[in-house]
Design a protein around this ligand. Structure first.
Ligand SMILES: [Zn+2]
Length: 51
């Protein structure tokens, strides 16, 4: 399990190791922002705003 901050609201988001895949998309559980994994180690999340 790794933790990264939501770039939109700053909430800590925990991600299971098996879900840490570069460019995998997810949503922030707090603000519902669309995010993607932009770095796997250390884990970093970026805002996903491409359609
Ligand atoms: Zn958020």
């Amino acid at each position: 399990m790794a933790t990264a901050k939501c770039p939109v609201c700053g909430a800590d988001i925990s991600v299971e190791e098996e879900d840490i895949v570069l460019f995998k998309r997810m949503r922030c559980p707090k603000c519902d922002a669309r995010l993607e994994i932009i770095n796997d180690f250390p884990l970093r999340l970026g805002r996903f705003d491409r359609e």
